[in-house]
Design a protein. Structure first.
Lengths: 197, 197
DNA sequence: TGCGAAAACTAATATAATTAGTTAAAATTG
DNA sequence: CAATTTTAACTAATTATATTAGTTTTCGCA
């Protein structure tokens, strides 16, 4: 063998992402990761503090990538169109990187600064997209929460194979998003969506 | 100590549920469970086949309990009212039994007959609630998927402490549900919710 | 009362993460 | 360019957990 394998945090993260995406986050272990990188497990500790730190870093990377996808999708679009685009981008990220996405919702430390900042940037992006509707600030936040729930819920269920029937899943998704967009319009017209509850 | 601790599967499941609800599903281990039950870890193997089977049973119990809550909420109600009630029940179950709910979406074996049947009964219940709207069968399924996404997404995010801001979470929830109900009305009127996508 | 099944136990094994302590390669500097 | 310092690998040992094997105790019942 010529020279020692050059190992660094970004290479480790990349391989960890591959494992998580291909075999599931729960299959990601120090042992398997070391094996794929052709080093002994303890070697990884020269670069990071253990499995938890690794998962935390994956989570951060996942949220950042999510933001990236959504940002890309949002440029040059506005209103309903932009909402559809960022929703589609969200779903696409989860489909392409199921393990990474999973990591981004099952992190060891919720108080991590960098993680919170990354999450916040996603929220801000959505708020920005909603700007054009001139909603009340409070209303806008409720709507961000709603959209986030929809996107996380739908993609999680799809990932776990929860939609059993053969009926077209993409159609379910676009109906759901369009339904929600209708709801935003209603909020614009100041319809009272809290009645009866 | 008088007599030997009477142990059986239902007692084990009950204690496991407590642990999962109080400390999180990931903290549930054979060791901790045995300790709480005041037996040695291997004793548990007389009643079940290991941690995976335990988690599988928890998953099934979780889905059944979810169905139970939703069924209770649905009796004597119909239409929009029934949808609000079952949604509320869903959220209530997750709040009361976060660990059990978590188990019900992170099971070891998705092909388990009993699990699938329990899941199916939840779907059937929702379809039954939707009956009164006289939707096309396909449409009804899309809507069940949508509602499920909303409920799972919202409660998961709430559980992981994902709604950072102090803004009233219950209000976000009822707005989301009401928005969705509006969408169902639109589907009733045969509005095309697939356009532009 | 004593037998057989059920259900506990102890002891041993396996797998994973992690830590301690060591060594070798690479980078830096006089 | 040789000596030294640093980095990052290694081996060996420790800890934590789940699990299995084999044994013993308890309980219900004939």
């Amino acid at each position: 063998m010529s020279r020692r394998m050059k190992l660094d945090v970004s290479i480790i993260l990349q391989k960890a992402t591959e494992i998580a995406d291909e075999q599931g986050l729960d299959q990601l272990s120090i042992g398997l990761l070391a094996e794929k990188l052709e080093v002994r497990p303890p070697s990884l500790y020269n670069h990071l503090d253990g499995l938890n730190e690794l998962k935390q870093k994956l989570a951060i990377q996942g949220v950042k990538k999510l933001h990236e996808y959504m940002l890309q999708a949002a440029v040059g679009r506005s209103g309903d169109d932009a909402i559809r685009a960022i929703s589609q981008a969200y779903l696409q990220l989860v489909r392409e990187h199921p393990g990474l996405y999973d990591a981004s919702s099952r992190f060891p430390d919720a108080n991590d600064q960098e993680l919170q900042q990354a999450q916040e940037s996603v929220v801000q992006l959505v708020l920005q997209v909603l700007d054009v509707y001139h909603l009340q600030e409070e209303t806008a936040i409720h709507i961000v929460r709603g959209l986030r729930s929809i996107l996380h819920g739908f993609s999680s269920i799809e990932q776990m194979g929860g939609f059993g029937l053969p009926l077209d899943i993409n159609k379910s998704f676009s109906i759901l998003i369009n339904t929600f967009i209708e709801g935003i319009h209603a909020a614009t017209k100041n319809q009272n969506l809290e009645m009866n509850n």
